[in-house]
Design a protein around this ligand. Structure first.
Ligand SMILES: N[C@@H](CCC(=O)N[C@@H](CS)C(=O)NCC(=O)O)C(=O)O
Length: 327
């Protein structure tokens, strides 16, 4: 676990000493937008045109942020247009790494050993954390974007002109945008990142603040999902997929490892049915790997789990009936 400073790798855990024990997530640095015609997006440079075979996605199957991008790649039909490499679940002294002899965790594009080499290839003097997901542009030989919230927006529409892409599927429809944005804001701050704020806090008050806000939001989501099928109404949107990746990890990891233990998702009737329903959307189950998820958190985060022992439970069954058809 560490970061790059002027292009050199340093093995350092998150520093919460300057923020009173509070975990603050660093903003992503590569913020260009892939667009249908290569015109510039909301920020960054232009020149990143959506073309088949041009982009390569680096992910971890453990990471909830990378998971979003895999779901969009799958559901939009982008698999044959955007290749992917999956890092090894353990993120220790050298950060994310590949296993060159293991086809499941190989860097198929550069054959690098470490993810930080991808970042320094893009920017030799890079300073900052080396995170997944990262969307590599083979033409410009750089990271186009390493911000999942933006990568899923690109996947949602920029590649729609390519063969076999499901252009009918729109997870960010115009009419629902204000509602989606509002839900995302709260879910990001208190749930997606909220579990990390609880788990990485190094002061009691910071942990408790995150814990309270997290469960207030889960209660709010539970009430909403008891009345309507999805977060913004009767169709699945980006807001649902963003919540899904945190819910899928909750009982196996966040409940115990991050001390988010007021209750499990399985104890929320609406949220647990909703989680199962999203899991059962064709293609989604292929993107969920609970074994790698557990291995990553319990082995990598040694300040929280110094023994690196991975708990055996809980028993999860996301394939049970979801009971949400009537909503
Ligand atoms: N803002 C980024 C955050 C990505 C992120 O923090 N990924 C984690 C894995 S779950 C990571 O790579 N962390 C490495 C580190 O912080 O050093 C996004 O949503 O794309």
């Amino acid at each position: 676990m560490g970061l790059l400073v002027d292009g050199k790798w340093q093995d350092k855990w998150y520093d919460t000493s300057k923020t009173g024990g509070k975990f603050e997530r660093e903003a992503a640095r590569f913020r260009n937008w892939v667009t249908a015609d290569g015109s510039p997006g909301p920020e960054g440079e232009g020149g990143f045109k959506a073309e088949s075979g041009r982009y390569h996605l680096y992910v971890s199957l453990a990471c909830p942020w990378a998971h979003r991008t895999l779901i969009f790649r799958k559901l939009k039909g982008l698999e044959k247009h955007i290749s992917v490499s999956v890092v090894y679940p353990d993120m220790v002294e050298n950060g994310w790494e590949f296993q060159p002899d293991d086809s499941a965790h190989k860097d198929d594009l550069h054959d690098f050993r470490f993810m930080h080499q991808v970042y320094t290839k893009a920017a030799p003097d890079y300073t900052g954390r080396v995170t997944v997901p990262a969307l590599w542009d083979k033409h410009q030989s750089t990271v186009a974007s390493n911000e999942s919230a933006e990568i899923i927006r690109m996947f949602n529409s920029a590649f729609d002109g390519l063969e076999g892409v499901n252009k009918e599927l729109d997870f960010y429809p115009e009419a629902l945008r204000p509602d989606i944005d509002a839900v995302n804001e709260r879910v990001y701050n208190t749930v997606n990142n909220g579990v990390y704020k609880a788990g990485f806090a190094t002061a009691q008050d910071q942990y408790e603040k995150a814990y309270v806000e997290l469960f207030e939001s889960l209660d709010w989501l539970e009430a909403r999902l008891a009345k309507q099928r999805y977060l913004t109404g009767s169709t699945i949107t980006e807001a649902d997929w963003r919540l899904f990746t945190t819910l899928a990890r909750f009982d196996a990891v966040y409940y115990s490892h991050f001390k988010c233990n007021r209750q499990r998702i399985s104890e929320f009737p609406a949220l647990s049915g909703y989680l199962r329903e999203l899991y059962q959307v064709p293609g989604v189950a292929d993107t969920v790997d609970i074994r790698q998820i557990k291995q990553h958190y319990y082995v990598s985060q040694r300040t929280i789990n110094p023994t690196q022992v991975i708990p055996v439970g809980p028993q999860l069954d996301f394939t049970a009936p979801h009971g949400r058809d009537g909503l």
